[in-house]
Structures are given as C-alpha cells and as structure tokens.
Design a binder for this molecule. Structure first.
Ligand code: GRA
Length: 383
C-alpha cells in the first residue's frame, strides 16, 4: 500500500490550488451573492486541463486519471463549491461518450467538453424521478433519422447555459428500465424551453428545467442501442458521484480551516476559544471525519485508475464525504457563532453548499441503500 502521491499528481494538485486561490477565491463571495455564472473561469479550467484527466490525448485529454480529477476538484470546491459542479458537467458527458460512444461520436463531442467550449450537462432528474431514475417519463420517439423528445427535466445543473450534453429518455416505456435510451443532445435546436430554478446554495452553478416539445436529436447522437440507457446512466452516475465526493472533501476542509483559524484568533473569557474542550471536540471530529472520507474517496479513485470495479467504494466515499462536509460546516457554524451565521463571512456559504452533497448524485440515503443491499446480498454494487 502506497499513500504517497506521485510527483505528477502533486504538481496537478498544486496547479489546481494556485488557480483556485488566485482566480476563483477572490470573487467567490460576490459570485455567490450575485449568482454569477463564471463562463470565463469554466473556460480557463478547460485550458488548464481540469476536465481532461480521464480522457485520452486523442480526444484532447491528458490521461492522468481519476485521482487527478479528485485532487483538482477538491481544491476547486475548497474555495467555491459551486465551481466544482462546473467540472462535473464537463467530465460527466465526456466520460460517458468515451465509454459508450462510437469513434465518430467521441471525436465530435469530447474535445469541446474537455476544452470548455461546450458547456456540458446531463439531464436525468424529473419531477417524479429523483432517486428512482427508472420513474422518468420523458419519451423519445423515432421519426426517420432523428428522435423527437417530449417531457420535462428539472434540477438540471447548467440547464440555463448548456449547449450540449446527455439526456436520458424512454424509447419504450413498456419495457421499464430496459426501454431507456441515452442521447447526446445539441441544445441549440428548436423545441427546447429552459427555466431557471433557485436553490439554497451552489449559486454560481445555474440550475433549471429543460422542457422538450418535439425536440429533435439525430439518430447518430444515440449512445449505444435503444434500451441501453439505464445501464449507461448507472455507469455515468458512478463516475460523476466521485466528483461530488471530492467536492464534499473540499467543503469539509474549508470549514475546518475556518474553524481552526477562528479558534486561534478569537478570545472569550480571557482565553483563545481553541482552549475550550468543547471546541476541541468539534475540531478533532472534523479532522477525523474529513481524513477518513479522503482516504475512502482516494481509494475509489485509485480503483477507477486501475480499471477495477468501484461502485461500492465510490458510494461509501461519497456518503462519508457528504456527511463529513455537513458535520464540518455545522461545527464551524457553532464555533464561529454569529460570525458564522453572518453573510459577511464564508462559513454560511460552506453550510449552504455542504447540504447539496447529501442530495446530489444519489442522496446519502441512496448511497446507504447501495452499501447495505450489497452487504445483505440483495443487489451487488460492483457488477
Ligand atoms: O437485471 P437487469 O438487467 O434488469 O439490470 C438491473 C441492474 O443490474 C437494472 O439496472 C442494473 N444496474 C446496474 N448496472 C450497472 C443497477 N445499477 C447498476 C450499476 N451500477 N451498474 C435495474 O437495477 P435496480 O437495482 O433494480 O435499479 P433501481 O432500483 O431502479 O435503481 C437503483 C438506484 C436507486 C441505485 C438508482 O436508481 C440510483 O442510483 N438512484 C440515484 C439517482 C441519482 O444519483 N441521481 C442523480 C441525478 S443527477 C445529479 O444529481 C446532478 C448533480 C450534479 C452535481 O452536483 O455535480
């Protein structure tokens, strides 16, 4: 077992940290308050190769791997969690096209996602299909050399700004999950209405609805065969879950750093508040939870880099990292008190952003379901 990162990975992490601190952090509070979508930063991250670590050079990537993505994502999320979502919106469709697309589809769609010229997304969730992906109602009907989509997707990250990405729909609803199909869509076509949605956190990550009214997608943009969609979606979620897990590590770390720093500055009752054992208890727990989650998330990424099954390990890592981020944000809020609650300081942002990690990409309860049902022998997680 080797716990050392290679020199290459250390350099990648340094690059991401420097970019995050110099380019993202200075305006993070303002961007959050004004709900700015930072397309300029999305493109700069593309130029730096942040979306291409799991993509071969032939399609514009570097092939550095999943652990490299995790390290980059953690650094970005540490300064602004909403900017982490932007990474996932690029890598989700790029990896899925790499895995399931034809050579022509790979060449056509991946380089734009890797460079950030295409603002990506993946449209799965619907009003009655959140945890229960198979409950979706959007349909795709074949019409000559294209499919026409009808339905509505909600809570879709990047919906207001995306110009290309994945969408899942039923080509044969009677077959339940075996009738679902995956497509790569160019959102510039007619028959699409977008609507923005407001949320508690992740304000710089534009969220919204996509409504399809005979929205056309060429047959040439179908990934795999009709009916492959559910398995493609489960595969995709396993990759994008890892990015969320890394994001949660970043938030956990940011909250801990704020709490430690405040404990060393703030004095009450004639001593630094770090001297109080109740605060030490929270600092210790923040660190223990964060460090444990980090090892789990790195293990899942390492398995992915070895091309070994990692669904179970990714679910465990995502669950623990989301809970660590929420513990840390909650504890930091208690330690900073009114300064934590104040919108003048970043802890309230960490608190709002941390919540998303218990919801997105499979809620904490979905992760627990996957973990427990694997242990009980009901459904294998790694298949
Ligand atoms: O036997 P079969 O041929 O019928 O196949 C079954 C199973 O083997 C079938 O699907 C297969 N399958 C898989 N195949 C490969 C299931 N899981 C996998 C897999 N991992 N790999 C049906 O299986 P099932 O177990 O009966 O499915 P189910 O009960 O309908 O669903 C399972 C589950 C609850 C885990 C799934 O629906 C799920 O993961 N739900 C969570 C949904 C989710 O994560 N949504 C995320 C939305 S996108 C988002 O949050 C964006 C956030 C952006 C950001 O912040 O970055």
């Amino acid at each position: 077992m080797d716990f050392e990162l290679s020199d290459e990975l250390i350099a990648v992490r340094e690059l991401a940290r420097e970019f995050a601190e110099k380019e993202i952090a200075p305006t993070a509070a303002r961007d959050d308050k004004e709900q700015n979508f930072r397309g300029d930063l999305v493109r700069k991250m593309g130029e730096l190769g942040f979306y291409g670590t799991m993509i071969p050079e032939a399609y514009g990537g570097s092939g550095l791997g999943f652990l490299a993505m995790v390290l980059i994502t953690e650094e970005v999320a540490r300064v602004h969690s909403a900017m982490r979502v932007a990474i996932n919106m690029q890598i989700g469709p790029a990896l899925t096209v790499l895995q399931f697309g034809s050579e022509e589809q790979r060449k056509k769609f991946i380089p734009g996602l890797v460079s950030g010229d295409t603002i990506g997304c993946f449209a799965i969730t619907e009003a009655d299909a959140g945890s229960d992906v198979a409950g979706m109602r959007t349909v795709a009907k074949k019409d000559g050399d294209r499919y026409l989509l009808n339905g509505n997707k909600i809570f879709i990250s990047n919906a207001p700004v995306t110009n290309g990405g994945l969408v899942y729909a039923y080509t044969d609803r009677a077959q339940k999950h075996r009738g679902m199909t995956a497509f790569y869509a160019d959102w510039g076509q007619p028959g699409l209405a977008r609507k923005s949605m407001e949320t508690l956190g992740a304000h710089c990550s534009p969220l919204g609805e996509l409504t399809f009214d005979n929205f056309p997608i060429p047959v040439a943009n179908r990934l795999g065969n009709e009916g492959d969609g559910f398995k493609i979606c489960m595969w995709q979620l396993n990759q994008t879950r890892l990015n969320c897990a890394a994001g949660a590590l970043g938030v956990a770390r940011a909250a801990k750093e704020a709490a430690v720093s405040y404990c060393n500055q703030r004095a009450q009752f004639g001593q630094k508040i770090g001297e109080f054992q109740m605060n030490q208890d929270m600092i210790a727990q923040m660190i223990a939870h964060e460090e444990a989650a980090r090892l789990l998330v790195y293990r899942a990424a390492w398995l992915a880099d070895q091309q070994k099954p990692n669904n179970l390990e990714t679910s465990i890592g995502k669950y623990c990292a989301a809970e660590a981020a929420n513990y840390a944000a909650d504890a930091a809020m208690k330690i900073l008190g009114a300064y934590g609650y104040s919108t003048e300081f970043p802890v309230e942002r960490y608190y709002r952003d941390a919540k998303s990690y218990q919801i997105v990409e499979g809620s904490s309860n979905v992760q627990k379901m996957i973990i427990a049902q694997d242990a009980l022998g009901y459904r294998k997680a790694n298949r």
